[in-house]
Write a protein that binds this ligand. Sequence first.
Ligand code: PEP
Ligand code: MG
Length: 311
Amino acid sequence: ERARLRSLHALPADTLDRVRITLLANIGTPREAEIALTHGAEGVGLFRTEFLFLDRPEPPSEEEQYQAYHHVVEVMAHRPVVIRTLDVGGDKPVPGVQLEPEANPFLGTRGLRLSLRYPDLFRTQLRAILRAAAHGNVHMMFPMVATVQDIFEARQIVEEVKDELNAEGIPYADDLPIGIMVETPAAAVAADVLIREVDFFSIGTNDLVQYTLAVDRTNADLARRYDPLDVSVVRMIAQAASAATGIGKSVAVCGEMAGDPEAIPLLLGLGIRELSMTATSIPRAKEIVRSLRIADAEQEAQRRIIGGLSD
Ligand code: PEP
Ligand code: MG
């Protein structure tokens, strides 16, 4: 079995009717970049940067962050690397940041909201990402976006940081694409409005399922209700996907669903052509993609959208 999956390595992730699918890796530390390549990843679709900030007395310096991002960019060479800005919330302590205790941390100062609330922390990370982007194919992504105002505020700070780097004569990538995670129902429902303000979407189904179904993703008692194939979630994904593809922008899925053999036909049927997942899920995902026809996947998606259970 291992050998069979390994033999897939050199083959493209094409469907039977020759639609090219891009399989990317989610990584949580720089050393996982090599592992991603050995599993056949065509790039990094989600680089979670939380590892740099947690379990330490001080937040990382710009230089330390730059080194970490630069390492991944070097390993990936020309391949895409989507670096996500800090995504922690009120439930996880961040050194150097005095977080108020929150009654509902999942509905609190999470993700981009935290970065906007602590702009110095955000600016340092943005400088490191922009500098690392000068060495490869880097994309920047914001987590936990709910409104277009979130995007305006974040972009404003990116522009200020670019001006700063310019004034200091420090090299950076002026043209790096900026995208958002679609992981709140607000972002999915208003996807057509949000997509105008960004270069790409990446759908974070882990949180999108949680917020759409109002089911805590960490609550084992509710595991049965945490259903990524529920018609409500399928409609959220469909809206986000068509808003992006409708104006020729790219849309990936980077939640666990992207690597789930049961969900892959549905995602392709909804128009998704990029899947980012745990590296070890890539060979199996490639096998699934190579066994599919898009027309069949579209039929499956239509059944799910109208609330049919399929199978
Ligand atoms: C998601 O929410 O689907 C996601 C990819 O982000 P995380 O799991 O880091 O919240
Ligand atoms: Mg998330």
